[in-house]
Every structure is written in C-alpha cells, then in structure tokens.
Design a protein around this ligand. Sequence first.
Ligand code: DX5
Ligand code: ZN
Length: 225
Amino acid sequence: MLIAPSILTADFTQLGSVLDDALKAGMSWIHLDVMDGNWVVNKTITFGPAVIKSIRERIGPEVYLDCHLMITNAEETWMQYVEAGVDMVIFHIEAVDSPKTLIRAIRESGTAVGIVLNPDTSEEEVIPHLEDLDLVLVMSVVPGKGGQSFMPEVKDKVLRFKSAIDEQISKGGKSTRIMIDGGIKSHNIGLVSSWGVDISVVGSGLINSKGTISENYQKIIRELP
Ligand code: DX5
Ligand code: ZN
C-alpha cells in the first residue's frame, strides 16, 4: 500500500517546505486536488497548472504526480496539466461526456490515465473502461474539501473493482490500480488495505497541527500489515 499525500490542507505559503517534508518522510507520490470553483458542490477553487508547474520544479522529475481533476471542462483543459508536469490525469466519470475519447487522448500524450467516481456513482459506470485504465479512484467522501469523515459504505464498490481487476489480470489484461481518497487516517488505513486498495490518498491525516508530516506518516504506516 502506497500513501499519496494530498496537499489540500497545507499552508499554501509554505508549500515548498511541506513538499520537502513529505519527500523527506519517504513519500514518492503526490496527489493534486484541482477544483475550478464550479464542479464540486461547495464551488471551491484550489489551484491549477501554474502551481502544479512550480510543484514539479520543486520536487524534481522522479516523484510521481497525479492530478485529480474536479473541474467542468476536463475534456478541453487536461493537456495543461500534462504540460505542467503531471504523470497521471484522473478525471471524474460524472464530468465527462465521452470517457473513451478522453482516455485515448490522454494515453496518446504518453500520460497515465485514471477515472474517479463519487460515493453515489455506481461502479458499473466505470467497469466498462477498467481495462483501459491505469487506475480507478474511489471517493470515500463527497469531493470538495479535506478533513471530511470517511464513508465505510464504499467497501462493496472497492471489492467489486478488485474482483473485476483480478479477472482482467487472469485474462492477461492490465493490472489497474485501486486508489481511495477521503477521510483516510491511521484508524482506517488497515481496513482499506484489507479491501485490496493499492494507494491511499491522505490529506488532513498527514498535514495537520497535531504532528509533523513525518510523525503522522509513521503513525499511518505502523497500522499497515
Ligand atoms: C476531496 C479531495 C481529497 C481530500 C483528501 O475533494 O479529493 O483528496 O482533500 O483529504 P482528507 O484526507 O483530509 O480527506
Ligand atoms: Zn483527491
């Protein structure tokens, strides 16, 4: 199980040192939550390609960057994130008219591709695309902000993806990875790991006033098998 920090709860004036601390603590994948002031229910704006470009310059080429696009026009703007330096574009199935076309376009740019679905979206909408995806991201909160409570009812969805992916692999297909995002902390990381999740996004569980990123990270990985 890999832990990918979300920087949403960081002090953005200190972003460079927050990133340095995450890398120093041993993390190798950073999750970037892009909101455009329109798509998420609470109409939040976070950051866009300009900030991502600076993040890429700060962390160097080796650290893996995914961007979780919570935006209305991913089909028109995804390339800006690739140009800013992300390794993977993850788009919401609910926000896109033609997922197949977008998957193909992202892949043709040489970038990895993932689909994310909201807690109330059925996994059946994503299953037909699974064999074309590097990653499926299961939201365990309603997207919009950090620090919300984990929704354990997404368990069945994760298990359904897990068995579909196992079947896909047994037929020689892609080993699509499962990521979970929202409310993951030291008290539930063991649980989601037991479901077969490959990557957990952790925001407020890592970046908070209770401890340093390194202390919080140690506390989380101690709970893993
Ligand atoms: C929610 C974001 C998440 C979230 C993670 O819209 O996609 O990445 O901020 O933060 P925590 O771990 O605090 O729920
Ligand atoms: Zn996210």
